[in-house]
Design a protein around this ligand. Sequence first.
Ligand code: NAP
Length: 248
Amino acid sequence: MTEASEKKVALVTGAGRGIGKAIAESLAKAGHHVICVSRSESSCGAAAESILSDGGSAESRAVDVADRAAIEAASEAFIEAHGTVDILVNCAGITRDGLLFRMSDADWDDVIATNLSSVFAWSKYLARPMTRKRWGRIINISSVIGLMGNAGQANYAATKAGIHGLTKSLAKEFAARNVTVNAVAPGFIATDMTAELNEQQQEAIVGMIPLKRMGAPSDIAAITRFLASEDAGFITGQVFTVDGGMVM
Ligand code: NAP
């Protein structure tokens, strides 16, 4: 695979742990400068430190992605420092599960703000320099739950399905400027998010996966790195399911 011919600036949200951290490390290994963003400075700082100690190039900034003004301020600072952000990976996400009658307004609003409105805001502030440069990659991490729905996850499923519509619309808006926009829909991946499930729930999940295992964060990092590369330049507006064959 040919990686980007010059060193690019990549921003990964949710880079402090799990899937986002694996994506940040993988993009750094591809030779890019990686801006690690998460909620707490301790987690994104540790992710950037680990890239630096591996010989890569990285920096970190704690940004609450549910806070649109904070996204605007951070975006301005990154553009001022680097001129552009070439690769944007929207990976930060949360769950606040509950059946509809028991789902509080706050649980609905928090998930929409963190998982979906954040993708709108980062794209709005960072796509402009990409379109000017006529090169850019936006990769949104959604979920198979956005394709299938799930009882008890109406808020989460709505955000992930929303990401699919947003991805396809932005792909059409930016295609003429050589900025591609794609989504990766992971199935069950072993991270802190799925560690919340009890052993019985985890066994039931593995039973539904034809490849008979949960995915690893590196499985999602691999396709994200490809979508960020020059080789993926003719792919836009797509949703790639990476789930061990669960949704066919
Ligand atoms: P995780 O281990 O829980 O990590 C979530 C990351 O998002 C953390 O770095 C966290 O920051 C960051 N984050 C959460 N809320 C934030 C906020 N308001 N502002 C800034 N950063 C915030 O999650 P994961 O399992 O790696 O999941 C990553 C993405 O993949 C999510 O969008 C999730 O929906 C999606 N996904 C996961 C699975 C799975 O099975 N794990 C399946 C399908 C899709 P801190 O480190 O500072 O807390």
